[in-house]
Structures are given as structure tokens and as C-alpha cells.
Design a protein around this ligand. Structure first.
Ligand SMILES: C[S@@+](CC[C@H](N)C(=O)[O-])C[C@H]1O[C@@H](n2cnc3c(N)ncnc32)[C@H](O)[C@@H]1O
Length: 207
């Protein structure tokens, strides 16, 4: 991976989120970033009892709703986390610890391109946490977001994304249900981290 145009991510500068508790990672471990009220996370954990999911949401009221539902269902393979996913990932996850990543309907950040996930220096760190041959899935209803993400995946991260239309009947998240009900098109980007892919964080572990 060569990545000359982007400033480098500096994990050592990030403090652990408030109240941080290092999780016990059990395999296969999946990560969802921006889980909202947890619709996808709850369904994924219920439907895949053999897989572990950590689902992170930063907004307090959405997280509370998610955490309540999670408690009611007592799914022992789901860990809801209230935090900013960036410092949390830095402090919680070792290299090649993830079997897959979901980023479903991220904030579009229309005025702040540097905050879109594939534009962030953090994305390299996230890739370093994924095992070889595992997949990252990103979905959005914004055509320019998916086009930019596709371009960045190719040019900046030297990966081979696959873009598809989300099925009209899909109901993975609250935002997905809302957009599809309005008749909007939603897109999905799928990225596989290839065998032997290198990042500058492959040996980096939080102290
Ligand atoms: C548009 S909502 C989509 C929520 C859910 N995935 C869905 O599709 O219904 C994006 C969510 O990502 C969360 N988010 C954005 N940046 C985050 C970060 N750095 N860490 C954790 N959550 C984040 C926001 O709080 C928001 O709830």
C-alpha cells in the first residue's frame, strides 16, 4: 500500500474514550461503525450466533435505544459500545483482529470531505485491523459518496471495490428502510482486504 497524498494517521496521539474498557476479542469478530439504533447489529447477532459483533455508536440517545434493545434480547455475541469509533478502535483492537467491517449509511459530511470514511487517514488503520481476505461493506443513498469512495478505494488504498445497488426490499437499518421507502437508490461498496496487503500499522498495538 503506498499512500503518499494523505497525512499519516497518528494513533499514538489518541486517548482512550472516556470509561474505556478493553474488550475480550473472540473470533470471528466483526465491527460495525455508526450502528445508530442498532437494527442491523441486533439482526446480525441474532442471525449469526457463531459470529461476534462489536457495534459502535457515538450519539447518546441512539446508543441508549440500541443498548436497551440489546439488553432485552440478551445476545451474548453482541457488544454495543458508546464511543467515537476512531479512538475506540485504536485502543481496543489489535492488528488483523477483524473478520469483517460494516459502515452502513455513514453521515454524508457534505461540507467536510475529510470526514468521509475512505478519505480519512484512519481508514488505513482500520484496514490494518482487518484479517486478510475479509470484507468491508459500506452502504449509502448518496451517489457522489459511493463514487468518491470507489475512486478512493482504487487510487488511494489500491483495492478493488465492487459497487452494487442495494435490493429494494432490504431492511438492514433504519436509514435504509427510510431511503428505500422513499424510492431512492441505495448503493453498496464491498472491499476485500487481499492476502498480503500491507499498512503502516500492521505492527502497531496500543500500549
Ligand atoms: C446516518 S446515521 C446511520 C445509522 C445506522 N447505521 C442506520 O443506517 O440506520 C450515521 C451514524 O453514525 C454515527 N457516527 C458517525 N461517526 C461516528 C464515529 N466516529 N463513531 C461512532 N459513530 C459514529 C452517527 O452518530 C450516526 O448515528
Amino acid at each position: 500500500m503506498t499512500n503518499v497524498n494523505l497525512r499519516q494517521f497518528k494513533p499514538e496521539k489518541l486517548y482512550p474514550p472516556r470509561g474505556f474498557i478493553k474488550p475480550v476479542i473472540k473470533q470471528p469478530q466483526y465491527l460495525e461503525i455508526g450502528a445508530g439504533r442498532g437494527k442491523h447489529a441486533l439482526m446480525f447477532a441474532h442471525d449469526n450466533p457463531d459470529k461476534q459483533l462489536i457495534a459502535i455508536e457515538r450519539t447518546r440517545n441512539k446508543f441508549n435505544d440500541f443498548a436497551d434493545k440489546s439488553q432485552q434480547l440478551s445476545l451474548d455475541n453482541l457488544l454495543p459500545i458508546h464511543a467515537d469509533a476512531i479512538p475506540w478502535t485504536v485502543h481496543a483492537l489489535g492488528p488483523k483482529s477483524l473478520a469483517g467491517v460494516f459502515i452502513l449509511y455513514p453521515n454524508p459530511e457534505p461540507k467536510n470531505a475529510s470526514q468521509r470514511w475512505l478519505n480519512m487517514p484512519f481508514f488505513e488503520f482500520l484496514l490494518s485491523r482487518m484479517q486478510d481476505n475479509t470484507q468491508l461493506i459500506l452502504a449509502t443513498n448518496i451517489q457522489s459518496y459511493i463514487e468518491e469512495a470507489e475512486q478512493q478505494a482504487k487510487d488511494l488504498w489500491q483495492l478493488s471495490p465492487i459497487i452494487t445497488n442495494v435490493d429494494k426490499g432490504s431492511e438492514r437499518t433504519h436509514f435504509e428502510v427510510k431511503y428505500l421507502a422513499r424510492g431512492e437508490t441505495c448503493w453498496q461498496l464491498e472491499l476485500v482486504k487481499p492476502q498480503g496487503y500491507k499498512t503502516r500499522f500492521d505492527g502497531w498495538v496500543a500500549s
